[in-house]
Design a binder for this molecule. Sequence first.
Ligand SMILES: [Zn+2]
Length: 48
Amino acid sequence: MSDKKPKPPIISAPPRKVCPICGKPSYSAVGVHPQCAQKIAKSTSTRL
Ligand SMILES: [Zn+2]
């Protein structure tokens, strides 16, 4: 038995974007959780 089975192609995990706000992986296309984006929007909209 010399037939070698081809190794299955190594499927690398899809690049998981990490939310820059909370630091948790986000599956959204933007990479930022909607709630986190709202936090940023609120924080930036607050009076300085
Ligand atoms: Zn987040």
